[in-house]
Design a protein around this ligand. Structure first.
Ligand code: SF4
Length: 115
């Protein structure tokens, strides 16, 4: 996954490596049922931690990115992260409409109160 793009071939990964040599630590291990390449990382310790977490890849810092979800990518079952909507869309829309009505009412009240 690069900038929300799912890599599906060795060629795509090699192109990605040319632009991002720091991805050298990643090893292709498999492909999922959608064809997305799966990777292991040389920096992963036997304890399941990053050997240099402070200097981990930018990709790791941003994982899981909202772009992944927008593109329909699902997280592996064993992943500890979950995508959760902070607010249902309908609730955000109702709030925006309430605020807009209040703003218009305030504008009208302000106009009628002018001398
Ligand atoms: S957090 Fe560390 S071990 Fe995990 S993928 Fe990134 S660089 Fe590799």
């Amino acid at each position: 996954m690069e900038h929300g793009r799912v890599l599906k071939s060795v060629k795509q990964f090699e192109e990605c490596l040319e632009e991002n040599p720091e991805f050298e630590r990643l090893r292709i291990t498999d492909q999922d049922e959608d064809g997305a390449l799966l990777f292991s990382c040389d920096w992963l310790t036997p304890q399941g931690t990053c050997k240099d977490y402070k200097n981990r890849l930018d990709l790791c810092r941003k994982f899981p990115s909202p772009a992944m979800q927008r593109r329909g990518y699902t997280l592996p079952k064993e992943c500890g992260y979950r995508f959760v909507y902070a607010k249902p869309f309908e609730r955000a829309l109702r709030k925006a409409l309430r605020e807009e009505r209040r703003r218009r009412k305030d504008d009208l009240d302000g106009e009628s109160g002018e001398a």
